[in-house]
Write a protein that binds this ligand. Structure first.
Ligand code: 13P
Ligand code: SF4
Length: 324
């Protein structure tokens, strides 16, 4: 009888299209250690779609967009949640699991959108526009969420805005997401001026040039891209919606106007689809590595804690979103 392949060989088989064989040995020891640490600590790893393939495919238990991670975080039985993603995602997991240990491997893994607005800004907006509901993107601090009526993600922004049944909403902090949602609804949207430093770099000219060189290309754009990019694209949706599009439509040539690791992660399951770049790297997402995930589980760092007075109000805004 043939011996069963070693677990690491099975894992490599899965990712060999996106991780060169010369790089794989560098990852093996950390992957092995992380899988054992997860068992010892009764921990789950939640990984965003922008994590690199050795994290996304080899150590994560739950993967997805911000909405899926929030939903799954709310239902986990684990003692420890490690968030392989950025700080606001770990805070959201902690809001939904106040009794659990929530870890982020690097406290500096931030987000340009979360940096673009403060709780004081939201209080001033409320004074300036009394009675207008404030819809806050999850890419914000817990303190900003606490000043808001309801949260949204790129996956449910339109549904959240329409659920309020009002003619006008304030949507912050992403100006482009707000304008892209406004274009899809009859609701007037008052926007803030934050931008994602990754998606704001894509241009409509990038798409037109791609269409010249690849006439059959299908262009999928994240709604954090500028509106003229979304207009020029064939489809716009959250990272999960882009992944579902590829799964459903199986385009021959596709470009994902978003963070680079996304194409690698989706490509693993789609050998017949050619993923054409350009893409842009998120420096915050890329702060998370196998080495600091391992260190986080070994040394219980960095634990997320949120002031209970802020947490109570921020949790309500997230829970209102999840109830839709
Ligand atoms: P998604 O919710 O679509 O995964 O987006 C999160 C994000 O940070 C995109 O830049
Ligand atoms: Fe923030 Fe943009 Fe990075 Fe997403 S890709 S975490 S929105 S900076």
């Amino acid at each position: 009888m043939l011996d069963a392949p070693a677990p690491m060989d099975v894992l490599y088989e899965k990712v060999k299209r996106v991780i060169p064989s010369v790089e794989w040995p560098v990852f093996v020891e950390d992957i092995d250690a992380i899988l054992e640490l997860k068992r010892q600590r009764k921990a789950v790893i939640l990984a965003h779609n922008y994590q690199t393939p050795e994290i996304f495919h080899c150590v994560a238990d739950i993967v997805g967009d911000s909405l899926a991670l929030a939903r799954k975080a709310a239902g986990t039985e684990a003692d420890v949640i490690l968030l392989a993603g950025v700080h606001f995602m770990a805070e959201t997991a902690k809001l939904l699991n106040p009794e659990k240990t929530v870890l982020i491997p690097d406290l500096e893994a931030g987000c340009s959108l979360a940096e673009s607005v403060t709780a004081e800004d939201v209080r001033l907006l409320r004074q300036r526009f009394p009675g207008i509901p404030i819809v806050t993107y999850v890419n914000t601090s817990a303190a900003v969420k606490a000043e808001s009526d309801i949260c949204c993600t790129s996956g449910n922004a339109r549904a959240v805005v329409e659920s309020l049944g009002v003619p006008r909403v304030i949507m912050l902090p992403d100006e482009y997401l707000a304008r892209n949602i406004a274009a899809e609804t009859n609701v007037e949207v008052i926007a803030w001026t934050g931008h994602c430093e990754v998606h704001e770099r894509f241009t409509a000219d990038d798409i037109r040039e791609l269409r010249d060189t690849h006439p059959d290309i299908i262009v999928l754009a994240h709604p954090e891209c500028p509106p003229e990019v979304v207009t020029e694209a064939d489809f716009s949706g959250s990272t999960a919606a882009m992944s579902d599009y590829v799964e459903r439509q199986k385009p021959r040539h596709v470009v994902l106007m978003t963070e680079c690791s996304m194409s690698d992660n989706v490509a693993v399951a789609h050998p017949d689809v050619e993923f054409v770049r350009p893409c842009n790297l998120c420096p915050h997402m890329k702060r998370i590595t196998l080495a600091n995930i391992r260190a986080a589980l070994e040394e219980n760092r960095h634990e997320i804690s949120i002031d209970p007075r802020i947490a109570r109000r921020a949790r309500s805004a997230v829970e209102r979103m999840l109830a839709i």
